[in-house]
Design a protein around this ligand. Structure first.
Ligand SMILES: Cc1cc2nc3c(=O)[nH]c(=O)nc-3n(C[C@H](O)[C@H](O)[C@H](O)COP(=O)(O)O)c2cc1C
Length: 160
């Protein structure tokens, strides 16, 4: 049976997404990228699920370090999200536009985001052009509560 590609694309683009900055760290190096394929996966233990491009710099860093952070952007931080999906001069260069501190797990936590969670990698599925990572939330920092940036408000598409 042939897949109806147009229907598949239209329907999958209906899945609502947030827009996050995933932080990674390996040795003395940090990196970060915009991620929208993110959801919660369990209450107890608290799990999050994130799909990461197989050919990205951060994918390998997550595999090797076994951890990642997820920074939750506020509704007015679209410009910052744009910085974190564009090509950069060197690994971690995107953080020039965004001050951060390292959290309890040594992962980048943006000073100006609503907050961030740090996760330990507990599972993954590598099948297709993204790897589905499952992380257990080990730390959480809330800078201030507020409305979060949603993909639907940006006019961008990532999915289908
Ligand atoms: C709106 C939007 C959402 C994105 N969501 C994801 C995502 O969920 N997972 C992913 O791997 N890349 C996603 N990307 C692409 C990455 O941000 C981009 O490939 C980035 O350059 C990867 O950085 P790195 O190679 O330094 O790790 C998204 C891009 C855009 C524009």
């Amino acid at each position: 049976m042939a897949l109806n590609a147009d229907a598949k694309k239209t329907l999958l683009r209906k899945i609502p997404h947030g827009v996050f900055i995933c932080g990674v760290a390996e040795g003395n190096e940090v990196n970060g990228f915009t991620a929208s394929w993110v959801t919660q996966g369990s209450f107890e233990p608290p799990l999050v699920v994130m799909a990461v491009r197989a050919d990205s710099t951060s994918n390998g860093m997550i595999q090797r370090s076994g951890r990642f952070s997820l920074n939750v952007l506020s509704a007015d931080q679209k410009d910052l999200a744009a910085v974190f999906f564009k090509p950069q001069k060197g690994v971690g260069g995107r953080f020039d536009a965004a001050p951060y501190q390292l959290g309890e797990l040594g992962l980048p936590i943006l000073n100006d985001a609503l907050g961030a969670v740090e996760c330990e990698l507990v599972g993954q599925v590598a099948h297709g052009d993204h790897t589905v990572f499952v992380g257990e939330v080990k730390s959480a920092v809330l800078h201030h509560d507020g409305a979060a940036l949603e993909l639907s408000s940006t006019g961008w598409q990532y999915g289908g």
